[in-house]
Ligand binder design. Structure first.
Ligand code: PXP
Length: 236
């Protein structure tokens, strides 16, 4: 299974001081060196983390793939057609949300999504729709011309270790099977952690997992001890 690393949190930290550190490009290169198969960033309407320039720079520098998460707006479509990332993942976006809350509602607007996807696919971009593991959404996604879906694993992640874990896991499994039958390729992501990710390996249709928050959270503790020691050494 492939791993796409979402580095939006690095950009959030960088933006907190308005400078260039931690450097987003450097972070992407470290992820690639460590084996990431792709780098994901979400260019939000409010540019709260990743910015336009980051996307252009990443496209230039990455040796793997740039996966651009974006909403279905004219502005984002224009940027995607200019940057030409290898992958685009279409996501719903609400200004107030802390992170992408639910999957894209494709079923209620198949034609609109299909029209949005068309020029992207024609430009050679591999397009994925971020949807809940819901039969109607999978069936609708298959009618849009997108080659991939990314199954929203948020509900599984929240249910992990609780009584509805099996139900949420089965929803993912069944959605992945249906997608395969309909000719879609399948990725998954959101809320996956070092504790709950292992079950994804038993869904054979899954090609790539997109993980951000928990990897960056882990990285903080993996690096914090050394960071403090290095500073202490410098001033002792
Ligand atoms: N996939 C999509 C479409 C997302 O929007 C996000 C969050 O930005 C992720 C995956 C990664 O989720 P997390 O940061 O919880 O690992």
């Amino acid at each position: 299974m492939l791993l796409g690393v979402n580095i939006d949190h690095i950009a959030t930290l960088r933006n907190a001081r308005g400078g260039l550190e931690p450097n987003l490009i450097q972070a992407a290169l470290v992820c690639e060196k460590a084996g990431a198969d792709g780098i994901t960033v979400h260019l939000r309407e409010d540019r709260r983390h990743t910015r336009d320039n980051d996307v252009y720079e990443l496209k230039k520098i990455l040796k793997t793939r740039l996966n651009l998460e974006m909403a279905l707006t004219d502005e984002m479509q224009k940027i995607a057609l200019d940057v030409l990332p290898q992958n685009v993942c279409l996501v719903p976006e609400k200004r107030e949300e802390v992170t992408t809350e639910g999957g894209l509602d494709v079923a209620s607007r198949v034609e609109f999504v299909a029209d949005f996807v068309k020029p992207l696919v024609e430009a050679g971009i591999v397009v994925s729709l971020f949807i809940d593991p819901d039969k109607n959404q999978v069936q609708a996604a298959a009618k849009t011309g997108a080659q991939f879906i990314e199954l929203h694993t948020g509900r599984y992640s929240e249910a992990f270790g609780r009584e509805n874990e099996e139900l949420e896991f089965d929803n993912l499994k069944e959605a992945a099977q249906l997608a395969q039958r309909l000719g879609l390729k399948v990725n998954a992501g959101h809320g996956l952690t070092y504790e709950n990710v292992h079950r994804m390996k038993s869904i054979p249709q899954l090609i790539e997992l997109n993980i951000g928050h928990n990897i960056i959270a882990h990285a903080v503790f993996d690096g914090l001890e050394k960071a403090v020691k290095d500073m202490k050494d410098l001033i002792s």
